[in-house]
Design a protein around this ligand. Structure first.
Ligand SMILES: Nc1ncnc2c1ncn2[C@@H]1O[C@H](COP(=O)(O)OP(=O)(O)OP(=O)(O)O)[C@@H](O)[C@H]1O
Ligand SMILES: [Mg+2]
Length: 446
């Protein structure tokens, strides 16, 4: 199973990783501090215990032996302490850890008292960690004073403001991490945005080449790539226009020479071929002009554009006017180059009218899972010629019915349409409808 919690965006991932590291560091710091505090508190407890025990011992030792039992009965003990007189030292299985013994004995020795009063023997049992200690001190007269003390467990977190400081520190560090990551990663989104923009508009303004070195280099490389692409497209377009232009002269010459052909039939055929050649050259040059034109992207009403195209096609073919229909919203705005896009739609509608006897254009606005506008141009004709549908997009590719018709086209209609739509960042798909006829689909980003 894929980890669902793992976020998708780079900002979220980097932030999550850094926050996890921050949490680990904080926990480690917290633990180190707590262990240190526990050690300090144990030390303090040992000292406190030693002082209280010695106070008690001195009071008892200074009292005559026969009054000691009575004294212990009425004496107010420190919290958690109890004491009794006995003939033997206290008994327990647990001898106190050496480190604790050292601390307690040292602190006992530091309490000032006359030499003859000092306990001749001290036995330490239990441990601070266990929470209970038994201390036996030998009184000058040979009796033992057995003291039992309950020791509270250490409270490493108990310090005013400690937890608040910790939370504030974590929140501030988290905020700084989030802010920095967002700032550092923002240019990646800009780069992606620029790349998708370039797909639609080859003449989009270049990216600013500033900021951190790596990003500036990426921006510069991107700008260079865009420049090369522009030059490549420009060269191709110029070449096309130049060939088209230069072919016109020899064609005119050929036409003049053909007039001298004596054979009537041959002359007519050659002139017809030359006509066709000339149409192709003109179409090629027109194609070059569209590609070279730098019409700006602007908001246009796609529904209105489709209706205009249908009207114009209807005007040129009045007998088909009834079969040209539009379905969809009465207005829908897209960002596009209006002349070029109109040409693309017109080419598809003309094809539907020419080969399918009519066109039904349906506009589907973007829906939830599909963020693009879909324009479907359907006809009820014979459908696309069998074979490679993709090849119909190639320049000068025509089907048999186009060739056979007297007013057959050149074979550039689909090429131009696809060029235009792709320049808008969209796509054209041709297919045969299951119920018969052709469907041309234009997908356009809004
Ligand atoms: N709606 C359609 N139904 C059937 N065949 C089609 C349809 N649209 C295009 N075709 C086929 O695809 C070929 C290429 O179309 P394209 O529009 O590129 O060229 P054309 O229509 O022949 O010439 P032009 O459009 O340049 O005047 C056509 O010749 C035709 O055979
Ligand atoms: Mg056509």
């Amino acid at each position: 199973m894929k980890l669902r919690l793992w976020p998708q965006s780079l900002v979220a991932r980097t932030t999550a990783t850094l926050l996890a590291v921050l949490a680990l560091v904080q926990i480690a710091g917290f633990t180190i501090t707590a262990l240190d505090r526990i050690r300090l508190q144990r030390f303090e407890q040992g000292r406190h215990l030693a002082l209280r025990v010695m106070e008690l011992y001195i009071t008892v030792a200074k009292t005559p032996a026969e009054q000691r039992a009575e004294l212990l009965r009425i004496l107010k003990m420190p919290a958690g302490f109890s004491a009794q007189l006995s003939d033997k030292p206290p008994a327990s299985l647990l001898i106190s850890p050496l480190e604790e013994q050292r601390v307690i004995r040292l602190n006992m020795a530091l309490v000032p008292m006359p030499h003859e009063l000092r306990p001749s023997e001290v036995s330490l049992l239990g441990s601070l960690q266990e929470g209970r200690m038994m201390i036996g001190l030998r009184l000058p007269q040979g009796q033992w004073l057995d003291i039992t003390a309950t020791i509270p467990s250490p409270r490493p977190w108990y310090a005013p403001g400690f937890l608040i400081a910790f939370v504030v520190m974590t929140v501030i560090a988290g905020g700084v991490i989030f802010w920095t990551v967002r700032r550092l990663i923002a240019p990646v989104a800009t780069l992606a945005e620029a790349a998708s923009h370039l797909g639609r508009d080859l003449h989009a303004p270049p990216l600013p080449e500033n900021g951190p070195t790596e990003l500036a280099r990426a921006a510069a490389a991107f700008n260079q790539m865009a420049e090369r692409l522009r030059r490549f497209v420009q060269d191709r377009t110029f070449l096309l226009a130049a060939i088209g232009h230069d072919l016109r002269t020899p064609i005119t010459r050929l036409r003049l020479r053909a007039e001298f052909i004596a054979d009537d039939e041959l002359r007519t055929k050659i002139l017809a071929d030359l006509d066709e050649l000339e149409t192709m050259v003109q179409a090629t040059m027109a194609f070059g002009r569209t590609a070279a034109s730098r019409e700006p992207l602007a908001p246009i009403d796609l529904a209105e554009l489709v209706r205009t195209v249908l009207d114009e096609v209807g005007d040129s073919k009045p007998e088909l006017a009834e079969n040209l229909r539009y379905e969809g919203p009465s207005h829908f705005t897209v960002h596009a180059r209006s002349v070029a896009l109109k040409r693309a739609v017109a080419n598809l509608v003309t094809n539907a009218a020419a080969y399918g006897g009519g066109a039904r254009v349906v506009l589907h606005p973007p829906s939830g899972e599909n963020p693009q506008v879909r324009l479907e141009i359907d006809d009820d004709g014979p459908g696309l010629p069998p074979g490679d549908i993709e090849s119909l997009f190639e320049p000068f590719r025509r089907g048999e019915d186009s060739r056979n018709r007297e007013t057959g086209g050149v074979g550039l209609g689909l090429t131009i349409a696809r060029d235009v739509v792709r320049e808008h960042g969209g796509e054209i798909i041709l297919s045969n409808r299951p119920e018969g006829g052709t469907r041309a689909t234009i997908l356009l980003p809004v």
